[in-house]
Design a protein around this ligand. Structure first.
Ligand code: KIV
Length: 272
């Protein structure tokens, strides 16, 4: 278990210090009540731009705005007290220049209290990562399958399944580390490559559909809870909340239609 600061939260240096240690438990969170449920079990909560799919019903993360990320990060901060909270920089908020990235990342940190930001990209984003870190904003990198790059990649495909593709991914990960990131997400990276990167890099690797040897794991919480009919192949569903909710709402609908709800216990009585 990591030490905590006077704010009670696990810090970025404590996350970074977990390299090669007990694997980090990390999940996505977008709302206060869910953050409260996850907080006792996770060292890090990511306010992922996957909220575009999960909360807003978009078919990609591209329409997600900075304001959405700020509102949801505020909710996650209010719902949690222990986990280190990191926020995704949404598409269009950081690619243009290091200066634009700093302005937007500073808004996230100043307006929400998040400990840092995550951004997608490798070699091409290294100057931006360095710019942010040198100005006091911790950065988590994200290489391999990059959902914000979906139109360039032509879909969501696992990365590094051919040896010929390894060099570019290794160069991206090294560039992110050299630029000063404290951790890196390896998404959809073939198992042996993710294991190799975890061995080679000095920063903590957080795998998603990658390798059990990563320094930590992350999943979209709603996927592991079984909230959707479809879940990606790499997700293990630990619950079937989608069916449980469906059953509960069906029972409520039956009660309403049969005038069994509200019953005696759910109605207010008159007072004189
Ligand atoms: O947006 C997100 O939730 C993510 C994680 C799945 C790594 O980037």
């Amino acid at each position: 278990m990591s030490k905590q600061t006077s704010t009670g939260r696990i810090t970025v240096p404590e996350i970074a210090a977990r390299k090669g240690g007990e694997p980090l438990v990390t999940l996505t969170a977008y709302t206060a009540p869910m953050a409260k449920l996850l907080d006792p079990h996770c060292e890090l909560l990511l306010v992922g731009d996957s909220l575009g799919n999960v909360i807003y019903g978009f078919d990609s993360t591209l329409p997600v705005t900075l304001d959405m990320m700020i509102h949801h990060t505020g909710a996650v901060m209010r719902g949690s007290e222990r986990a280190c909270v990191i926020t995704d920089m949404p598409f269009g908020s950081y690619e243009e220049s290091p200066e634009v990235a700093f302005r937007n990342a500073a808004r996230i940190v100043a307006e929400t209290g998040a400990a840092g930001v995550k951004l997608e990209g490798g070699v091409e984003m290294a100057p931006t990562i360095r710019f942010l870190v040198n100005r006091g904003i911790p950065v988590m990198g994200h290489v391999g399958l990059r959902p914000q790059n979906v139109n360039v990649m032509g879909g969501f495909k696992a990365q590094g399944r051919k040896r010929a593709d390894w060099d570019a991914i290794i160069a991206d990960a090294r560039a992110v580390e050299d630029a000063g990131a404290f951790a890196i997400v390896l998404e959809g990276v073939a198992e042996p490559l993710a294991a190799h990167l975890t061995e080679e890099l000095k920063i903590v690797t957080i795998g998603i559909g990658a390798s059990a040897s990563c320094d930590g794991q992350i999943l979209v919480t709603d996927d592991l809870l079984g909230m959707f009919e479809f879940t990606p192949k790499f997700v293990k569903r630990y619950a079937e909340l989608g069916s449980i909710i469906g059953e509960a709402v069906k029972a409520y609908a039956e009660d309403v239609r049969a005038r069994r709800f509200p019953g005696e216990a759910q109605t207010y009585k008159m007072r004189d």
